[in-house]
Design a protein around this ligand. Structure first.
Ligand code: SF4
Length: 200
């Protein structure tokens, strides 16, 4: 893998305008050649002005979790490649929360994630929230998949998936049983993973 190729990929991604209903700018993380790939859902309304993923309240919770297992926010951003199912803010839904990206938008943006798999060939993938998990494996309930490792195979590499719940304040799943216990189990699995140990 090469830093130049990853950098070039991000410059192309930043110029993407495939989805009519998405609101730019395209949000990308640090172009870090990492064995650990985090996949979020989509940026919220604040990430555009902050210019980075997970820059607001959900990010505060997410980085608190990772701080527990040895990486604070600054070091996390320097050492983990941060991707997402969609890289633009989808706008607000009728009820006031963020709109969930539709199937066409997810398909449009999967091209960029596929390219990142090719460039990085990660050995640990951390999808955050059900939409991100569902891009990698079948998921019915979070309780069935969180707190466990799952295999991920592509034609030229394999990885382990350790999913996390979404840290959004809109969901209480990670704060109450069994979600809080499963979250801690997932963080322990990440902390013990060889890829995580190499970036700490
Ligand atoms: S969501 Fe993804 S595919 Fe759609 S415009 Fe943004 S970067 Fe492009």
């Amino acid at each position: 893998m090469s830093f130049e190729a990853l950098h070039r990929h991000q410059r192309q991604l930043e110029n993407c305008s495939r989805c009519d209903d998405m609101r730019g700018p395209v949000i990308v993380g640090t172009p870090v050649l990492s064995p650990v790939l985090l996949i979020g859902q989509a940026p919220g309304s604040k990430e555009g002005q902050m210019g980075k993923p997970f820059a607001w309240t959900a990010g505060r919770t997410l980085f608190k979790w990772f701080r527990q297992i040895g990486l604070d926010e600054v070091r996390f951003r320097q050492r983990v490649y941060m991707a997402a199912v969609c890289r633009c803010f989808p706008g607000k839904a009728g009820g006031g929360g963020d709109r969930v990206p539709n199937a066409r938008e997810i398909a449009n943006c999967s091209h960029w994630l596929d390219r990142e798999f090719d460039l990085l060939k990660p050995t640990l993938i951390i999808p955050v929230g059900k939409l991100a998990i569902a891009q990698l494996m079948a998921v019915d309930t979070l309780a069935e998949v969180i707190g466990r490792k799952h295999e991920f195979k592509r034609k030229d590499f394999s990885a382990e998936i350790i999913p996390l719940p979404h840290p959004s304040g809109a969901s209480a799943w990670h704060k109450t049983p069994p979600g809080n216990h499963l979250l801690q189990a997932a963080l322990s699995l990440i902390a013990a993973h060889p890829a995580w140990r190499t970036i700490r």
